[in-house]
Design a protein around this ligand. Structure first.
Ligand code: SF4
Length: 781
């Protein structure tokens, strides 16, 4: 598969297989125009970096340049396949507008500077603020796209070097709810299932997960099962008519903001019809009676009214889920970025728990990730978690970290939960956070209510450092910009959504003076002269492999145990799933096969939260509720969203993505095939609404919410009535207003400042909006 095929046929040709069979190999490849495999000087081992699937691939190098990619046939994730972003996205590396020197702001302008000048400014500001205000004046906002070694280094610097609690990742927008749901149900993060469960499942239920566009190669695997003998049945829950919906046995399109009511309704029927594995529930869980009592209040007639579905649809879905012999459930942003996100995602775990569908081939839950290295942000503790899935409320866990880093326990802030991004922004807004270091992410396009975000980031009193490969909308607002090397230009490991660890090796030199994020962070640590309690440099490691060895030690004995892995092993295999230990040297395909969880009070990552208020559960309360560390069936009442359609704003607005772009298009807009496939933003309107409003395909329209207005071309169809969809990829860097001061294009001009109380994930699928055609009013097409 190459050239236009990768665009027009993003899932490629079918290689059918049956239940329990091995997914056949199909090797995809794309090389720069005019090149054949024989022209390639060398192939360098890596994995896909523009989504969370973790497709194993080799990077083709010729004359010191990246010239293409090919899938690896022996890889456990993709068996050779590549998706459109894998095939074409590498071209961004050689883009002419890469950042190649540091920039500093002088007289209001960003001007070129040396590394010494740029780092001196950063260090000077850090030291001043530490002296004036202490570590809580300094915060970091990182990514789901760096490598594990870089996150672990950042976590060490922030927690043990500076001693700040303010470190989060853009995984907050993305997988915070996955992590929260896993902690609430199983006591710790850690994906229970494996992609190989697709090979065995007889029902695959996708909740708010348009896998066809978010993880196209995993969708190819499902399509190949659908094309083979005894195909699985598919349940799709999504208000849009996606490729998944079109292939589904049953498609439910609930009103945005009603996922929890739907899940409660499905559990109501499954329990009422006694589709419960009582032996499993008794042996492995706590909380069943409370769950049963709660969902008793959600009969299908009530749920149908809340969700805008028919009773028959809800009953049919419950029948499908209740009769499955091997049930695989997956969850993504449709749930994670919605009202009552964690509570709804937890109900998917509950579904599998009450049905006893966990830890067996074809039976499990995949609480998905969105980004390639989001799992590492979480496990290394570069977000609102502590390193190694440790529990900030467990003094023993904090003491363990202090021993690892050889610092006083008091150096590691654990007086409260690590600060989540939305709170961090609040601190910046009110002036207590004075220094924000943003790496490999673009909040000036990706965060909700952009007018507010821009005004926070542009404040004089906030010292903003941006570390990126390109001059993003956020970089436009920075005081210092550091040019970073990216995938293909540095070595490190990353872990996908089914716990598969890959090694990604350096293939080419970074452009100009760009440096790997790891080098930049270590440089900062040396210049700040961070020391452990014996006076040795902190962190003590000096390159990617020594950082990996240190991270392994930090992971020892924790759910994400890497101690059985090494660069050598990762070079000899193509993807190994953690935990990987001396006892399980080949990794672990599924968690919880024995009905044992990471939920013991002394071991768990979190004591959990109240699913409605987000209030933390006290350690004593947790011990009393779950002394033996079983899985927890937690229930929650449905509440109405904080902003619902009304007369002024009659539509529910949701945002999402297309298969051809990633995030804010920083890389994908610079890959010609991808940009040509989706060059401009759009708004999806149902047929009925379009007819009523006199909107036609291709018309220009203005979409307004209480936060702002954007303009986009109309696409008619593909969504339920009363709902609008806008992709969130489109910002301003390729317009005349590269910082986006004027607004008008990015979907997040419209979204609201609100977040899930448990996961603290911002809500991108809860906003009331109106739409009006511009052409009908005389606007030019
Ligand atoms: S764009 Fe997708 S992958 Fe990236 S942070 Fe948002 S939800 Fe996650």
């Amino acid at each position: 598969m190459a050239g236009r095929d990768g665009i027009d046929q993003p899932w490629g040709t079918r290689t059918p297989y049956g239940p329990g069979g091995e997914w056949p190999v199909r090797v995809d490849r794309h090389l720069a125009d005019g090149l054949a495999p024989a022209d390639v000087d060398r192939w360098v081992r890596s994995a896909a970096v523009l989504h969370s699937n973790g497709d194993g691939l080799d990077i083709a190098v010729k004359d010191g340049e990246i010239v293409g990619v090919r899938g690896r046939a022996d890889d456990r994730v993709n068996r050779g396949r590549l998706d459109p972003k894998d095939l074409f996205g590498w071209q961004a590396n050689a883009s002419a507008d890469r950042l190649t020197t540091p920039l500093i702001r002088r007289d209001g302008e960003l001007v070129e500077a040396s590394w010494d000048e740029a780092m001196d400014r950063i260090v000077e500001h850090s030291k001043e603020l530490l002296a004036e205000q202490g570590p809580s004046a300094i915060g970091f906002y990182t990514s789901g796209q760096l490598f594990a070694e870089e996150y672990y280094t950042l976590a060490t610097i922030a927690r043990a070097g500076l001693g700040t609690n303010h470190l989060d990742g853009n995984t907050r927008l993305c997988t915070a709810t996955a992590a929260a749901a896993l902690k609430e149900s199983f006591g710790s993060d850690g994906q229970p299932a494996s992609y190989t469960d697709v090979d065995h499942a007889d029902v695959i239920a996708l909740f708010g997960h348009n896998v066809a566009e978010t993880q196209a190669v995993l969708w190819s695997r499902i399509l190949d099962r659908l094309a083979g003998p005894n195909p699985p049945e598919i349940l799709c829950v999504d208000p849009r008519d996606t490729p998944v919906a079109r292939a589904a046995t049953l498609h439910l399109a609930p009103l945005p903001g009603t996922n929890l009511a739907l899940m409660n309704g499905l559990l109501h029927l499954i329990i009422a019809d006694d589709r419960v594995d009582h032996e499993y529930v008794e042996r492995c869980t706590v909380g069943y009676e409370d769950l049963k009592a709660m969902v008793a209040g959600y009969p299908p007639e009530r749920v149908a009214g809340i969700c805008g579905l028919t009773e028959a649809e809800i009953r049919a879905a419950a029948r499908l889920l209740g009769s499955a012999g091997r049930l695989l459930c997956t969850v993504l942003q449709g749930f994670y970025q919605s009202h009552q996100a964690a509570a709804a995602a937890v109900q998917v775990n509950n579904l599998n728990l009450v049905r006893g569908m966990l830890g067996k081939p074809g039976a499990g839950v995949l609480q998905m990730n969105g980004q390639p290295t989001a799992q590492n942000t979480r496990e290394c503790g570069a977000d609102g978690d502590l390193t190694g899935f440790r529990n900030w409320a467990n003094d023993g866990h904090v003491a363990e970290l202090a021993r690892l880093w050889n610092v006083e326990v008091s150096r590691i802030p654990h007086y409260g939960p690590p600060t989540h991004l939305m709170q961090l922004l609040r601190y910046a807004e009110n002036g207590t956070l004075r220094f924000l270091w943003v790496s490999a992410t673009n909040p000036a396009v990706s965060l909700p209510e952009l007018r507010r975000i821009r005004s926070i980031l542009a404040q004089e009193r906030l010292f903003l450092v941006v570390q990126d490969a390109f001059r993003t909308e956020t970089a436009e607002l920075a005081d210092v910009v550091l040019p970073a090397a990216i995938w293909g230009e540095k070595t490190g490991t990353f872990t996908n959504a089914d716990r598969t660890v890959h090694l990604s090796e350096k293939a080419v030199e970074p452009p100009g003076q760009a440096r790997p994020d790891l080098d930049i962070l270590l440089d900062y640590a040396r210049r700040m002269d961070f020391r452990d309690q014996d006076g040795a440099p902190l962190p003590p490691w000096h390159d990617a492999e020594s950082a990996f060895e240190a991270w392994k030690r930090a992971s020892a004995g924790r759910p994400c145990d890497y101690t059985g892995l090494s660069y050598e092993k990762l070079r000899a295999t193509s993807g190994v799933q953690w935990p990987c230990t001396g006892e399980h040297p080949d990794g672990t395909e599924r968690l919880y096969t024995d009905g044992e969880f990471f939920a013991q009070p002394d071991h768990c990552e979190s004591y959990g939260r109240d699913l409605i208020t987000g209030a933390p559960v006290e350690p004593g309360e947790y011990r009393a509720m779950n002394p033996d560390g079983k899985a927890m069936l937690k229930a929650a009442e449905y509440l109405e969203p904080h902003e619902s359609p009304d007369e002024t704003f009659p539509f529910a607005l949701i945002t999402g993505r297309t298969i051809y772009h990633f995030h804010t298009r920083t890389k994908t807009a610079r890959a010609p095939e991808l940009q040509a496939a989706a060059p401009e933003s759009w708004v999806e309107v149902s047929d009925g609404d379009a007819k009523r409003l006199g909107l036609h395909e291709g018309d220009r329209a203005a979409i307004t919410t209480p936060r702002g207005e954007v303009r986009a071309r109309v696409r008619v169809g593909g969504i339920r009535e009363g709902v609008l969809f806008i992709p969130f990829h489109y910002g301003y860097f390729d317009t005349d207003d590269p910082a986006g001061h004027e607004g008008g294009r990015a979907a997040n001009e419209l979204t609201m400042t609100d977040w899930d109380p448990v996961s603290k994930q911002p809500l991108f699928k809860t906003a009331a909006a109106r739409i009006r055609g511009l052409d009908a009013l005389g606007g030019a097409r």
